[in-house]
Design a protein around this ligand. Sequence first.
Ligand SMILES: Nc1ncnc2c1ncn2[C@@H]1O[C@H](COP(=O)(O)OP(=O)(O)O)[C@@H](O)[C@H]1O
Ligand SMILES: O=C(CO)[C@@H](O)[C@@H](O)COP(=O)(O)O
Length: 557
Amino acid sequence: MSKTYAIGIDYGTESGRAVLVDLADGMEVADHVTEYPHGVIDERLPGSGVRLEHDWALQHPGDYLEVLRRSVPEVIRRSGVQPEEVIGIGIDFTACTMLPVDASGAPLCFDPSLQANPHSWVKLWKHHAAQAEASRINEVAAARGEAFLPRYGGKISSEWMLAKAWQILNEAPDLYERTDLFLEAADWVVYQLTGRIARNSCTAGYKANWHKREGYPDSAFFKALDPRLEPLAATKLRGGIFPLGTRAGTLTEAMAAQTGLRPGTAVAVGNVDAHAAVPGVGVVTPGKLVMAMGTSICHMLLGTEEKHIEGMCGVVEDGIIPGYLGYEAGQSAVGDIFAWYVEQGVPAYVRDAAAQEGTGIHEWLERRAAAYRPGETGLLALDWWNGNRSVLVDTDLTGLIVGYTLQTKPEEVYRALLEATAFGTRKIIEAFQDGGVPVEQLYACGGLPQRNRLLMQIYADVTNREIKIADSKQTPALGAAMFGAVAAGSAAGGYDSIVDAAQRMARVREETFKPIPAHVAVYDQLYAEYNRLHDYFGRGASDVMKRLKALREAALH
Ligand SMILES: Nc1ncnc2c1ncn2[C@@H]1O[C@H](COP(=O)(O)OP(=O)(O)O)[C@@H](O)[C@H]1O
Ligand SMILES: O=C(CO)[C@@H](O)[C@@H](O)COP(=O)(O)O
């Protein structure tokens, strides 16, 4: 049989990345990145210029179609592969990135009469303006003893489907009524590719509290939240929910014309970006924690028993790899924190110096920060610039740096921010361990391990564990392509299971990052201090972060 290939498309926070991979060995024959033309919409709406409130984060669904139009034809062109040799397509997406669509499946923000309403647009995963709804969901679910709540660490996040849908109902009831379905962007893109709406069980499980046997929370629970929500599951969340690797459908004629692929090419149901990365890095058995390190970090772990761990983003049966429980935890901002400092925090002389040296600002800071020993900066930070996802699940918490002096340098601040995110990951690893879900090995993938060696060494030192690094530059997209090959099936030259695909296609680098004992000893002391600050500011000893946020809101209105 001639060679066969699959295309995986990873929709990240800032860009969409397509890879065309050889199904015999997973080699990435070509890849292409399309930056979203509208990026992250967090200040004003495109067109109308309507100003957005704080904590809002939207996207333009048309940008997702641009990724299909630009990156798919480009990977075909660059690869030299014939379209008929591409037998499957898979996509993964940030989640919960949700949008309201009308009865034709069109986003409400495509309707000119609705474009000036922020609620008609895509709510990106990092949209945190539904915290009030999330807090109310948690109160009611806890009071009712809802069985689903412990599976999500005891708290539902404002980043997820139920809180976001309820915010739309509360703030734009007319638009809520005009909504036929709330869809994950992953499922909406698959709908664009196939003409069929097929919800995937991964985003439903982790982001909409759906359970393989119990389904969504029952209508009595929704009614207890708000009588208007009672029919939510049967109406705006309705539709079949399918396991990962299921063939959602085949490429339509129209999409074949736009992408350069053959009509009838198999398309897998969508997936979550971090979850697709797990088989992409070759992890298909328990005990191996995969860190998808980018704008955020998602911590993915397989297990065999259902354990309820504080602040987990969910434990879902078959959620990552069929046959296992899939655990997810995370940190809402990691790369985003470094971006904030590089864009908003460094003094002009750093920009000028980096420009003169012909390097990026990250690289300028990294090189100088690497010259410091652990503890030498005298700084300690809490990595909550975009709230805390795990283990506190509270988007009203904010960032903190302790230890500034008149001599503090930018590279010292940069190092403290890198270290703080490592402490946040150690907190999550210890929560898994203490909760009875073993973590034996660490794997890292995503954009950060490829860009910042100091960061990875600090993670090895802080966690005192060796870290394996994905060989792929686009691990989530590789994983998505593997699911595309499963949707095509072995008879077509694909695979009949994601485990079979992973065994043939996934790879890690020979090089790993190993802990340095002298560093570990100091970081153990710093982590103890991090824990004290974590509990003081995060568990109610002081609500100063929330009071400051309330004063900010009051000043704005
Ligand atoms: N040299 C660097 N060191 C640390 N972070 C970086 C560096 N270069 C870019 N970043 C951060 O990486 C993040 C993007 O990660 P990536 O995995 O490519 O994207 P996504 O989160 O969309 O999947 C951004 O937040 C950016 O600020
Ligand atoms: O929340 C999830 C996965 O559950 C991610 O989609 C979200 O953190 C965004 O991931 P990135 O950092 O953009 O890769």
